[in-house]
Design a binder for this molecule. Sequence first.
Ligand code: SAM
Length: 256
Amino acid sequence: MDITPALTEMELDHKPTCETVPGLPQKKHYRQRAHSNPHSDHDIEYPLTPNHMDWTKYYGDYTKGRQVDFADIGCGYGGLLMRLSPKYPDNLMIGMEIRVKVSDYVNEKIQALRKHHAEAGHYRNVAVLRSNAMKYMPNYFHKGQLSKMFFLFPDPHFKNKKHKWRIITPTLLSEYAYVLREGGIIYTITDVKDLHEWMVKHLSEHPLFERLTEEEMKKDPIVEMLFESTEEGQKVTRNDGGKWPAIFRRLPNPAL
Ligand SMILES: C[S@@+](CC[C@H](N)C(=O)[O-])C[C@H]1O[C@@H](n2cnc3c(N)ncnc32)[C@H](O)[C@@H]1O
């Protein structure tokens, strides 16, 4: 079922305003320091196992017969999710965001959009979770549950000493491979060339991922959304920065 035509162009641009959607939160009230330490997250509650996770708190009845299968890691203010939601109404998508105020903002925005579109039922497939994606992925998701993972403009952590804080490392990739199904896709994009090379290196060296060719990337309608959908992507455009995408497929597990 494609519900896209019922949305206005402005909303498809994920740029709803307070005039078009009453109750939409204002970003200025939800600002928080740009970088948070992914190792200081002691107040985060997380499920013991994926079976302990009650997704109905996030999607209500819409959870019935569905499993979360898109995850936007470090979703920030949620621009990509708002763009994907009407295009993939049958997929449940979650944004994972460690900053409290930022995840509160995304939640308020989703609630306002759901309310505004209550009759048509739009945006019921999108939610945000305040959590640390570097620590708790297997607590939330079963093996092979996800079909798509997004890493859009992740924090660069420039200094060598802080590379261990990067959201893509060999160890974390094995965790992501665990929750991603065979044939599932990891999307990355950044404006930091060094980080792009780091992500490509580690993904290419990992035995469970292979890079998509330019031809394959052109055929995937999501690829063009990576550049401009998020707040960070728009900021890079305003500053005339370059953007480097790299997309990888989860390979089947090798035979033992
Ligand atoms: C540079 S911002 C990019 C946000 C968004 N993807 C965009 O393109 O606008 C990186 C985001 O990742 C979040 N983040 C960093 N480490 C995280 C972690 N371990 N778990 C969840 N979110 C994290 C940050 O709080 C921040 O909002």
